[in-house]
Design a protein around this ligand. Structure first.
Ligand code: FE2
Length: 378
């Protein structure tokens, strides 16, 4: 329809529908001052190269992400840690926001902000983010970063599928149920819209077709004067996750935060523990025979694993059982609460590792369930 910024006589705005699943999924309509197709120069294309590490043994693994050196920009400085065809997980410790604009043309992104904060500037408006935020960025969003002072340490997820909240938390109209672990109030949409009617030279890099394509625009990409719809970037803070507990142990789906294509992301938040006098307030040993289980330890004390500190990552791959380490269960009996905060991603297909994991791998972890062999104290 005809939409003008300042009524009759002013130029028509350019309507852009941005939607999933052709024209059948969620969508947003944005109103631009100029055509979003407009390019000035077409730059180069750089294929993504993955530095695969094939370990010489299939074992449980632990890596410490703390010593990973800070550096680089908020997008190009992300360092791939693991991937499969459904998910890529990178570590970023950016020291520079990066000068240009970015758009992921082949996947949704989630950033978990372990340390740091700033503002994600987007075509939808400004999205401030802080420690413990999940920042969800739909594909197709043009964005740039402003970084707060101080340390930045992020987990970065990319998926060719969609990042969604679990269907089972929603009623038949799509509203979050009251007993879901979060409500609509916990999801923070873009705030102030930046409308820049500027000429200039603006670098834009679009991730597409397994690589990065550079362009130069001669108009500022944030020329939107208004939008509405169901597709927009948002933040959700892990401290707003309402944990669930039971008389006996509840399995990880109780902690599920997001669903993706063949993976889930869960938040293990500080919570009361199982309250039956006969309960064991730790996970049982489990063989999740159809998934790989990766856990990032974000805060507090994770009682089931000794020698695993904040900033560590464990990988419990398919084919092997895992559970509390020796002595952990006895120590935990009678505990009323836990202060742990951990971010978990389970993938239903095997994960490949990169040399970044190899550099920070702790091979002794594989033997840590054997008190006769393990240097890790129970
Ligand atoms: Fe597990």
């Amino acid at each position: 329809m005809q939409v003008r910024r300042n009524g009759a006589g002013s130029p028509l705005l350019v309507e852009e529908v941005m939607g999933y699943e052709g024209f059948s999924g969620n969508e947003t309509i944005l109103y631009h001052l100029h055509s979003p197709c407009r390019l000035d120069q077409v730059g180069g294309f750089r294929p993504i190269e993955r530095d695969r590490w094939v370990p010489d043994a299939h074992v449980h693994r632990l890596a410490d992400a703390n010593p990973i050196e800070p550096g680089g920009e908020a997008v190009s400085g992300r360092r791939l840690l693991m991937w499969n065809s459904d998910i890529e997980v990178s570590i970023a410790k950016p020291t520079e926001p990066g000068g240009g604009f970015h758009r992921n043309g082949e996947g949704d992104e989630v950033l978990y902000i372990h340390r740091g904060g700033g503002v994600l500037r987007t075509v939808f408006g400004r999205v401030p983010f802080r420690e413990r935020d999940y920042v969800v960025i739909p594909r197709g969003t043009t964005y740039a970063f402003e970084l707060a002072e101080g340390e930045q340490f992020w987990l970065c997820f990319h998926t060719p599928g969609e990042i969604e909240t679990p269907n089972r938390y929603r009623n038949r109209y799509g509203q979050l149920l009251e007993h879901a672990p979060f409500s609509q109030r916990d999801f923070h949409p873009p705030g102030e819209l930046e409308t820049c009617d500027e000429r200039g030279e603006f670098a834009l890099t679009v991730r597409v077709r397994g690589g990065h394509q550079d362009y130069v625009l001669d108009r500022h990409p944030f020329d939107v004067v208004g939008w509405d719809g169901y597709v927009w970037p948002y933040t959700f803070n892990a401290d707003d996750f309402e944990p669930r507990a039971g008389r006996f142990h509840l399995p990880p789906p109780a902690h599920q935060t997001f669903q993706g294509q063949n993976f889930v992301i869960c938040t293990f938040a500080p919570r009361m523990l199982d309250w039956d006098p006969e309960s064991v307030p730790l996970p049982y040993h489990h063989s999740n025979i159809q998934s790989e289980e990766v856990m990032f330890y974000a805060a507090g004390d994770y009682a089931a694993r000794k020698g695993v500190d904040v900033g560590a990552i464990t990988l419990h791959p398919s084919g092997l059982p895992h559970g509390p380490q020796p002595g952990a269960v006895e120590k935990a009996l009678g505990a009323k609460a836990t202060d742990e905060l951990a971010i978990m991603w389970d993938t239903f297909r095997p994960l490949e590792l990169t040399s970044l994991w190899r550099e920070h791998d702790k091979p002794e972890y594989a033997l840590s369930w054997n008190p006769d062999r393990s240097p890790v104290e129970a």
